[in-house]
Design a protein around this ligand. Structure first.
Ligand SMILES: [Zn+2]
Length: 158
């Protein structure tokens, strides 16, 4: 199967709206949407297409080609809903937030047995946790370390 990219998603959106892809517009999609996961953008596109809210010209919203900002609004809204419901939605390339790796080292620093492999948290899980704790992904490790310290402090105090 061909690897899906934001550009291929844009192109398939164009073809479902019978539009000729436009490099400037493709660039706009990339600059607005590249911070989101492809599966999230794909879902947002499907939701947009199903939107029957009447526009000022009387046409259902989903009949007009979405701007990248339109899709970004849906992605962000869905993330918020997921977080609110404490629902973790794994991406398509892992098993419920876990991936099996066959090289490198474990969290504890042990060499991974190439025959057995080891389970590692997928990036989608870390993104979900960052969202859950309301911190940027880059600050998640520090946040988790702090939570662990606080837990240990409470344990010592008890
Ligand atoms: Zn994943």
């Amino acid at each position: 199967m061909q690897q899906q990219t934001l550009e291929s998603l844009y192109r398939s959106a164009c073809s479902s709206y019978s539009r000729v892809p436009n490099p400037d517009q493709c660039f706009a999609w990339e600059s607005v949407l590249s911070k989101f996961r492809l599966d999230e953008i794909g879902r947002a596109l499907v939701e947009w297409q199903a939107d029957v809210t009447e526009e000022y010209d009387g046409r259902p919203r989903g009949k007009t080609f979405p701007s990248p900002a339109d899709l970004a609004v849906i992605v962000v809204r869905n993330k918020r809903i997921n977080t609110a419901q404490r629902q973790f939605t794994p991406c398509n390339s892992c098993d419920a937030g876990w991936i099996r790796v066959f090289q490198g080292t474990t969290v504890a620093g042990k060499q991974i047995d190439a025959k057995v492999g080891a389970l590692r948290r997928c990036e989608c899980w870390w993104e979900y946790l960052a969202e859950y704790y309301g911190v940027p992904r880059s600050e998640l490790a520090a946040k988790l370390a702090k939570l662990k310290r606080d837990r240990e402090k409470r344990k010592r105090a008890a």
